[in-house]
Design a protein around this ligand. Structure first.
Ligand SMILES: NC(=O)c1ccc[n+]([C@@H]2O[C@H](COP(=O)([O-])OP(=O)(O)OC[C@H]3O[C@@H](n4cnc5c(N)ncnc54)[C@H](OP(=O)(O)O)[C@@H]3O)[C@@H](O)[C@H]2O)c1
Length: 339
Protein backbone atom coordinates (compact mmCIF):
# COMPACT_ATOMS: atom_id res chain seq x y z
CA UNK A 1 0.00 0.00 0.00
CA UNK A 2 1.22 3.57 -0.67
CA UNK A 3 2.04 5.92 2.18
CA UNK A 4 -0.65 8.49 2.95
CA UNK A 5 0.95 11.86 3.73
CA UNK A 6 -1.47 14.00 5.71
CA UNK A 7 -1.79 17.48 7.22
CA UNK A 8 -3.69 17.55 10.50
CA UNK A 9 -5.11 20.61 12.27
CA UNK A 10 -2.76 21.13 15.22
CA UNK A 11 -3.66 24.58 16.55
CA UNK A 12 -6.54 26.94 15.95
CA UNK A 13 -5.37 30.13 14.25
CA UNK A 14 -5.67 33.70 15.39
CA UNK A 15 -5.47 35.92 12.35
CA UNK A 16 -4.14 34.50 9.09
CA UNK A 17 -3.51 30.72 9.15
CA UNK A 18 -0.20 29.15 8.12
CA UNK A 19 2.01 26.08 8.47
CA UNK A 20 2.22 26.59 12.25
CA UNK A 21 -1.43 25.50 12.53
CA UNK A 22 -0.77 22.04 11.07
CA UNK A 23 1.30 18.94 11.70
CA UNK A 24 2.36 16.53 8.99
CA UNK A 25 2.32 12.76 9.38
CA UNK A 26 2.63 9.71 7.15
CA UNK A 27 0.62 6.52 7.63
CA UNK A 28 -0.02 3.50 5.42
CA UNK A 29 -2.98 4.19 3.14
CA UNK A 30 -6.08 2.33 4.34
CA UNK A 31 -7.12 -0.69 2.29
CA UNK A 32 -10.59 0.01 0.88
CA UNK A 33 -13.48 -1.85 2.48
CA UNK A 34 -16.67 -2.85 0.69
CA UNK A 35 -18.06 0.16 -1.19
CA UNK A 36 -14.84 2.17 -0.81
CA UNK A 37 -12.04 3.30 -3.12
CA UNK A 38 -8.40 4.16 -2.55
CA UNK A 39 -7.46 7.42 -4.25
CA UNK A 40 -4.38 9.37 -5.22
CA UNK A 41 -4.96 13.11 -4.84
CA UNK A 42 -4.06 15.18 -7.90
CA UNK A 43 -5.32 18.67 -7.00
CA UNK A 44 -6.68 20.35 -3.88
CA UNK A 45 -8.77 23.51 -4.04
CA UNK A 46 -7.77 26.08 -1.42
CA UNK A 47 -10.73 28.18 -0.28
CA UNK A 48 -11.24 31.08 2.15
CA UNK A 49 -14.06 29.19 3.91
CA UNK A 50 -11.47 26.76 5.29
CA UNK A 51 -10.30 29.48 7.66
CA UNK A 52 -13.72 29.60 9.35
CA UNK A 53 -13.88 25.80 9.70
CA UNK A 54 -10.69 26.03 11.80
CA UNK A 55 -12.39 28.17 14.46
CA UNK A 56 -13.56 26.69 17.75
CA UNK A 57 -16.70 28.78 17.27
CA UNK A 58 -17.57 27.27 13.86
CA UNK A 59 -20.91 25.46 13.65
CA UNK A 60 -20.57 21.91 15.00
CA UNK A 61 -21.13 20.34 11.57
CA UNK A 62 -18.41 22.53 9.99
CA UNK A 63 -15.79 22.72 12.73
CA UNK A 64 -12.61 20.71 12.20
CA UNK A 65 -11.37 19.02 15.37
CA UNK A 66 -7.77 19.30 16.52
CA UNK A 67 -5.88 16.26 15.23
CA UNK A 68 -8.30 15.79 12.31
CA UNK A 69 -7.11 15.77 8.69
CA UNK A 70 -7.72 19.25 7.28
CA UNK A 71 -10.89 19.25 5.23
CA UNK A 72 -10.80 20.28 1.58
CA UNK A 73 -12.12 19.35 -1.83
CA UNK A 74 -10.16 18.29 -4.87
CA UNK A 75 -9.60 15.89 -7.73
CA UNK A 76 -8.14 12.41 -7.47
CA UNK A 77 -7.42 9.25 -9.42
CA UNK A 78 -8.82 5.88 -8.37
CA UNK A 79 -6.01 3.46 -7.48
CA UNK A 80 -8.06 0.58 -6.13
CA UNK A 81 -11.81 0.08 -6.00
CA UNK A 82 -14.27 -2.02 -4.07
CA UNK A 83 -17.11 0.30 -5.06
CA UNK A 84 -19.57 -0.31 -7.86
CA UNK A 85 -19.06 1.98 -10.88
CA UNK A 86 -15.42 2.83 -10.12
CA UNK A 87 -12.32 1.24 -11.61
CA UNK A 88 -8.64 2.10 -11.25
CA UNK A 89 -7.76 5.10 -13.40
CA UNK A 90 -11.12 6.86 -13.03
CA UNK A 91 -10.82 10.56 -12.24
CA UNK A 92 -13.12 11.81 -9.51
CA UNK A 93 -13.99 14.86 -7.46
CA UNK A 94 -14.61 14.63 -3.72
CA UNK A 95 -14.01 16.07 -0.30
CA UNK A 96 -10.58 14.47 -0.09
CA UNK A 97 -8.97 16.25 2.84
CA UNK A 98 -5.37 17.43 2.85
CA UNK A 99 -3.84 14.02 2.22
CA UNK A 100 -2.17 12.23 -0.65
CA UNK A 101 -4.00 8.86 -0.50
CA UNK A 102 -7.50 9.03 1.03
CA UNK A 103 -9.82 6.04 1.21
CA UNK A 104 -13.41 7.18 0.68
CA UNK A 105 -16.82 5.59 0.13
CA UNK A 106 -17.79 5.54 -3.55
CA UNK A 107 -21.09 7.27 -2.81
CA UNK A 108 -19.18 10.47 -1.95
CA UNK A 109 -17.33 10.58 -5.27
CA UNK A 110 -18.32 12.27 -8.50
CA UNK A 111 -16.71 11.02 -11.70
CA UNK A 112 -15.30 13.82 -13.87
CA UNK A 113 -17.05 14.16 -17.20
CA UNK A 114 -14.02 14.80 -19.40
CA UNK A 115 -16.30 15.66 -22.30
CA UNK A 116 -16.99 18.94 -20.45
CA UNK A 117 -13.36 19.83 -19.81
CA UNK A 118 -9.89 18.76 -18.74
CA UNK A 119 -8.82 17.95 -15.19
CA UNK A 120 -7.50 21.53 -14.90
CA UNK A 121 -10.89 22.82 -16.07
CA UNK A 122 -12.59 20.75 -13.37
CA UNK A 123 -10.45 22.31 -10.62
CA UNK A 124 -10.78 25.74 -12.28
CA UNK A 125 -13.59 27.06 -14.48
CA UNK A 126 -15.84 24.03 -13.88
CA UNK A 127 -14.97 23.85 -10.18
CA UNK A 128 -16.95 25.09 -7.20
CA UNK A 129 -15.67 28.69 -7.37
CA UNK A 130 -17.07 29.00 -10.87
CA UNK A 131 -20.30 27.25 -9.90
CA UNK A 132 -20.57 29.71 -6.98
CA UNK A 133 -20.29 32.64 -9.39
CA UNK A 134 -22.97 31.14 -11.63
CA UNK A 135 -25.62 30.61 -8.93
CA UNK A 136 -24.72 33.75 -7.02
CA UNK A 137 -25.22 35.96 -10.06
CA UNK A 138 -28.27 34.24 -11.47
CA UNK A 139 -30.29 32.86 -8.60
CA UNK A 140 -29.35 35.31 -5.86
CA UNK A 141 -28.49 38.35 -7.96
CA UNK A 142 -31.24 37.91 -10.56
CA UNK A 143 -28.76 38.98 -13.25
CA UNK A 144 -30.37 40.79 -16.20
CA UNK A 145 -28.85 42.05 -19.45
CA UNK A 146 -27.72 45.68 -19.17
CA UNK A 147 -27.33 45.46 -15.39
CA UNK A 148 -24.52 47.60 -14.07
CA UNK A 149 -22.53 45.02 -12.12
CA UNK A 150 -19.82 45.67 -9.53
CA UNK A 151 -17.75 42.80 -8.10
CA UNK A 152 -15.03 42.75 -5.43
CA UNK A 153 -12.01 40.40 -5.42
CA UNK A 154 -12.56 40.45 -9.18
CA UNK A 155 -9.25 38.76 -10.04
CA UNK A 156 -9.87 35.84 -7.67
CA UNK A 157 -11.38 32.41 -8.20
CA UNK A 158 -15.05 33.42 -7.89
CA UNK A 159 -14.58 37.02 -9.03
CA UNK A 160 -12.99 36.16 -12.38
CA UNK A 161 -15.99 34.10 -13.34
CA UNK A 162 -18.46 36.74 -12.10
CA UNK A 163 -16.82 39.34 -14.35
CA UNK A 164 -17.01 37.07 -17.37
CA UNK A 165 -20.57 35.76 -16.88
CA UNK A 166 -21.82 39.31 -16.45
CA UNK A 167 -19.93 40.40 -19.58
CA UNK A 168 -21.25 37.43 -21.58
CA UNK A 169 -24.81 38.30 -20.47
CA UNK A 170 -24.48 41.83 -21.81
CA UNK A 171 -23.93 43.73 -18.58
CA UNK A 172 -21.58 46.61 -17.84
CA UNK A 173 -19.05 45.17 -15.38
CA UNK A 174 -16.70 46.93 -12.99
CA UNK A 175 -14.16 44.91 -10.99
CA UNK A 176 -12.46 45.85 -7.74
CA UNK A 177 -9.03 44.27 -7.23
CA UNK A 178 -5.77 44.95 -5.42
CA UNK A 179 -2.79 46.15 -7.45
CA UNK A 180 -2.00 47.14 -11.02
CA UNK A 181 -1.24 43.65 -12.25
CA UNK A 182 -4.58 42.22 -11.10
CA UNK A 183 -6.47 45.23 -12.43
CA UNK A 184 -4.79 44.89 -15.84
CA UNK A 185 -5.83 41.22 -15.89
CA UNK A 186 -9.46 42.02 -14.99
CA UNK A 187 -9.76 44.74 -17.64
CA UNK A 188 -7.61 43.10 -20.30
CA UNK A 189 -8.07 39.34 -20.23
CA UNK A 190 -11.46 39.20 -18.48
CA UNK A 191 -12.94 42.16 -20.35
CA UNK A 192 -14.32 44.28 -17.50
CA UNK A 193 -15.48 47.72 -18.61
CA UNK A 194 -13.63 49.42 -15.76
CA UNK A 195 -11.49 48.43 -12.78
CA UNK A 196 -10.77 49.94 -9.40
CA UNK A 197 -7.45 49.31 -7.68
CA UNK A 198 -8.72 49.60 -4.11
CA UNK A 199 -5.18 49.52 -2.75
CA UNK A 200 -4.29 52.68 -4.68
CA UNK A 201 -7.48 54.58 -3.77
CA UNK A 202 -7.76 56.68 -0.63
CA UNK A 203 -11.54 56.99 -1.03
CA UNK A 204 -13.09 53.79 -2.39
CA UNK A 205 -16.59 55.28 -2.55
CA UNK A 206 -15.35 58.15 -4.74
CA UNK A 207 -13.56 55.63 -6.98
CA UNK A 208 -16.79 53.60 -7.35
CA UNK A 209 -18.65 56.82 -8.25
CA UNK A 210 -16.13 57.48 -11.04
CA UNK A 211 -16.16 53.90 -12.36
CA UNK A 212 -19.95 53.46 -12.03
CA UNK A 213 -21.34 56.89 -12.95
CA UNK A 214 -24.89 55.51 -13.30
CA UNK A 215 -24.71 53.52 -10.07
CA UNK A 216 -24.86 49.76 -9.41
CA UNK A 217 -27.75 47.37 -10.10
CA UNK A 218 -25.95 44.29 -8.78
CA UNK A 219 -23.07 44.24 -6.32
CA UNK A 220 -21.40 40.83 -5.94
CA UNK A 221 -19.59 40.98 -2.59
CA UNK A 222 -16.65 38.69 -1.96
CA UNK A 223 -15.00 40.90 0.60
CA UNK A 224 -17.42 42.46 3.14
CA UNK A 225 -16.36 45.19 5.59
CA UNK A 226 -15.58 48.69 4.30
CA UNK A 227 -15.77 47.52 0.66
CA UNK A 228 -19.40 46.49 1.13
CA UNK A 229 -20.12 49.80 2.84
CA UNK A 230 -18.62 51.76 -0.06
CA UNK A 231 -20.61 49.75 -2.63
CA UNK A 232 -23.89 50.31 -0.74
CA UNK A 233 -23.52 54.04 -1.33
CA UNK A 234 -23.95 53.57 -5.08
CA UNK A 235 -26.98 51.30 -5.36
CA UNK A 236 -29.57 52.06 -8.00
CA UNK A 237 -33.29 51.57 -7.52
CA UNK A 238 -34.15 47.89 -6.89
CA UNK A 239 -30.49 46.93 -6.64
CA UNK A 240 -29.42 43.45 -5.53
CA UNK A 241 -26.46 42.78 -3.26
CA UNK A 242 -25.12 39.21 -3.34
CA UNK A 243 -23.32 38.29 -0.11
CA UNK A 244 -20.97 35.62 -1.41
CA UNK A 245 -18.12 36.02 1.07
CA UNK A 246 -16.45 38.37 3.53
CA UNK A 247 -12.78 37.58 3.28
CA UNK A 248 -11.75 40.89 4.87
CA UNK A 249 -13.60 39.86 8.01
CA UNK A 250 -13.06 36.09 8.32
CA UNK A 251 -9.94 36.50 10.45
CA UNK A 252 -10.57 39.98 11.86
CA UNK A 253 -10.25 40.33 15.65
CA UNK A 254 -13.02 42.98 15.66
CA UNK A 255 -15.67 42.52 12.95
CA UNK A 256 -16.40 45.68 10.95
CA UNK A 257 -19.90 47.08 11.52
CA UNK A 258 -21.61 47.86 8.22
CA UNK A 259 -22.96 51.44 8.35
CA UNK A 260 -24.73 52.10 5.08
CA UNK A 261 -27.72 49.78 5.29
CA UNK A 262 -29.92 52.86 5.02
CA UNK A 263 -28.77 53.13 1.41
CA UNK A 264 -30.14 49.66 0.76
CA UNK A 265 -33.51 50.70 2.10
CA UNK A 266 -33.47 53.96 0.11
CA UNK A 267 -32.77 51.96 -3.06
CA UNK A 268 -35.56 49.48 -2.15
CA UNK A 269 -32.76 47.00 -2.62
CA UNK A 270 -32.30 43.40 -1.58
CA UNK A 271 -29.24 41.83 0.05
CA UNK A 272 -28.99 38.05 0.25
CA UNK A 273 -26.36 35.54 1.22
CA UNK A 274 -26.04 31.99 -0.06
CA UNK A 275 -23.92 28.85 0.13
CA UNK A 276 -23.08 27.05 -3.07
CA UNK A 277 -23.54 23.63 -1.42
CA UNK A 278 -27.29 24.24 -1.37
CA UNK A 279 -27.24 24.08 -5.17
CA UNK A 280 -25.71 20.61 -5.22
CA UNK A 281 -28.50 19.11 -7.29
CA UNK A 282 -28.04 21.80 -9.97
CA UNK A 283 -24.23 21.70 -10.32
CA UNK A 284 -24.61 19.97 -13.69
CA UNK A 285 -26.68 22.87 -15.01
CA UNK A 286 -23.92 25.34 -14.09
CA UNK A 287 -21.16 23.13 -15.49
CA UNK A 288 -22.97 22.58 -18.78
CA UNK A 289 -23.33 26.36 -19.20
CA UNK A 290 -19.73 27.06 -18.17
CA UNK A 291 -18.33 24.28 -20.38
CA UNK A 292 -20.14 25.67 -23.44
CA UNK A 293 -18.48 29.08 -22.83
CA UNK A 294 -15.11 27.42 -22.36
CA UNK A 295 -15.56 25.68 -25.70
CA UNK A 296 -16.55 28.86 -27.56
CA UNK A 297 -13.63 30.74 -25.99
CA UNK A 298 -15.68 33.36 -24.16
CA UNK A 299 -14.69 32.06 -20.70
CA UNK A 300 -11.31 31.36 -19.12
CA UNK A 301 -9.88 31.00 -15.64
CA UNK A 302 -6.40 31.77 -14.43
CA UNK A 303 -5.15 29.24 -11.89
CA UNK A 304 -2.52 29.96 -9.25
CA UNK A 305 -0.86 26.57 -8.86
CA UNK A 306 1.37 25.59 -5.91
CA UNK A 307 3.16 22.24 -5.95
CA UNK A 308 3.22 19.81 -3.03
CA UNK A 309 0.96 19.05 -0.07
CA UNK A 310 3.15 21.16 2.25
CA UNK A 311 2.13 24.22 0.20
CA UNK A 312 -1.54 23.92 1.18
CA UNK A 313 -1.26 25.91 4.47
CA UNK A 314 0.97 28.47 2.75
CA UNK A 315 -1.61 28.80 -0.01
CA UNK A 316 -4.42 29.27 2.50
CA UNK A 317 -2.52 32.19 4.05
CA UNK A 318 -1.92 33.71 0.60
CA UNK A 319 -5.68 34.17 0.07
CA UNK A 320 -5.87 36.48 3.09
CA UNK A 321 -2.73 38.39 2.12
CA UNK A 322 -3.96 38.98 -1.44
CA UNK A 323 -0.97 37.01 -2.70
CA UNK A 324 -2.88 34.75 -5.08
CA UNK A 325 -3.28 35.72 -8.70
CA UNK A 326 -6.17 33.50 -9.71
CA UNK A 327 -7.99 30.48 -8.37
CA UNK A 328 -5.59 28.94 -5.85
CA UNK A 329 -4.96 25.21 -6.13
CA UNK A 330 -2.31 22.79 -4.89
CA UNK A 331 -1.04 20.12 -7.27
CA UNK A 332 0.02 16.92 -5.56
CA UNK A 333 0.66 14.66 -8.49
CA UNK A 334 0.97 14.69 -12.25
CA UNK A 335 -2.34 14.36 -14.03
CA UNK A 336 -2.52 11.09 -15.97
CA UNK A 337 -4.05 10.79 -19.43
CA UNK A 338 -7.87 10.65 -19.59
CA UNK A 339 -9.76 7.43 -18.84
N1 LIG B 1 -21.03 31.56 -0.77
C1 LIG B 1 -20.35 30.49 -1.16
O1 LIG B 1 -20.85 29.38 -1.26
C2 LIG B 1 -18.90 30.67 -1.51
C3 LIG B 1 -18.19 29.68 -2.22
C4 LIG B 1 -16.86 29.92 -2.58
C5 LIG B 1 -16.26 31.12 -2.19
N2 LIG B 1 -16.96 32.02 -1.47
C6 LIG B 1 -16.37 33.31 -1.07
O2 LIG B 1 -15.97 33.99 -2.24
C7 LIG B 1 -14.89 34.86 -1.94
C8 LIG B 1 -13.77 34.63 -2.95
O3 LIG B 1 -13.26 33.31 -2.76
P1 LIG B 1 -12.14 32.74 -3.74
O4 LIG B 1 -11.95 31.32 -3.39
O5 LIG B 1 -12.49 33.09 -5.13
O6 LIG B 1 -10.85 33.54 -3.27
P2 LIG B 1 -10.00 34.52 -4.17
O7 LIG B 1 -10.88 35.66 -4.55
O8 LIG B 1 -9.31 33.76 -5.23
O9 LIG B 1 -8.87 35.00 -3.15
C9 LIG B 1 -9.15 35.89 -2.15
C10 LIG B 1 -8.94 37.34 -2.60
O10 LIG B 1 -9.62 38.19 -1.69
C11 LIG B 1 -9.01 39.46 -1.70
N3 LIG B 1 -8.81 39.92 -0.32
C12 LIG B 1 -8.17 39.26 0.67
N4 LIG B 1 -8.19 39.99 1.80
C13 LIG B 1 -8.85 41.14 1.49
C14 LIG B 1 -9.18 42.31 2.23
N5 LIG B 1 -8.86 42.44 3.52
N6 LIG B 1 -9.87 43.30 1.62
C15 LIG B 1 -10.19 43.18 0.31
N7 LIG B 1 -9.91 42.10 -0.45
C16 LIG B 1 -9.24 41.10 0.14
C17 LIG B 1 -7.67 39.31 -2.41
O11 LIG B 1 -7.76 39.88 -3.70
P3 LIG B 1 -7.12 41.34 -3.98
O12 LIG B 1 -5.70 41.12 -4.34
O13 LIG B 1 -7.94 41.86 -5.07
O14 LIG B 1 -7.19 42.08 -2.70
C18 LIG B 1 -7.50 37.80 -2.54
O15 LIG B 1 -6.75 37.44 -3.66
C19 LIG B 1 -14.48 34.56 -0.50
O16 LIG B 1 -15.06 35.52 0.37
C20 LIG B 1 -15.10 33.20 -0.24
O17 LIG B 1 -15.35 32.97 1.13
C21 LIG B 1 -18.26 31.82 -1.13
Amino acid sequence: MPTNHRLLLAARPTGIPGPENFTADAVPARTPGAGEVLLETLYLSIDPAMRSWMNESAAYNQRISLGEVMRGGGIARVLESRAENFVPGNLVQARLGWQTHPTIAGRYLQKLDLALGTVEDWIGPLGLSAVTAYFGLRDIGGLRPNDRVLVSAAAGGVGQIVVQIARIEGCRVVGIAGGMEKCAFVAGELGADAVIDYKAEKDLSAAIARACPEGVDLYFDNVGGPTLDAALEHLRLNARVVLCGRISQTHAAEPYGVRNLGRLAAARGRMQGFLVFNYHERYDEARTWLAARLRDGSLQQRLHVLDGLEQAPIGLGKLFRSENTGKLVVRLSEVPGPR
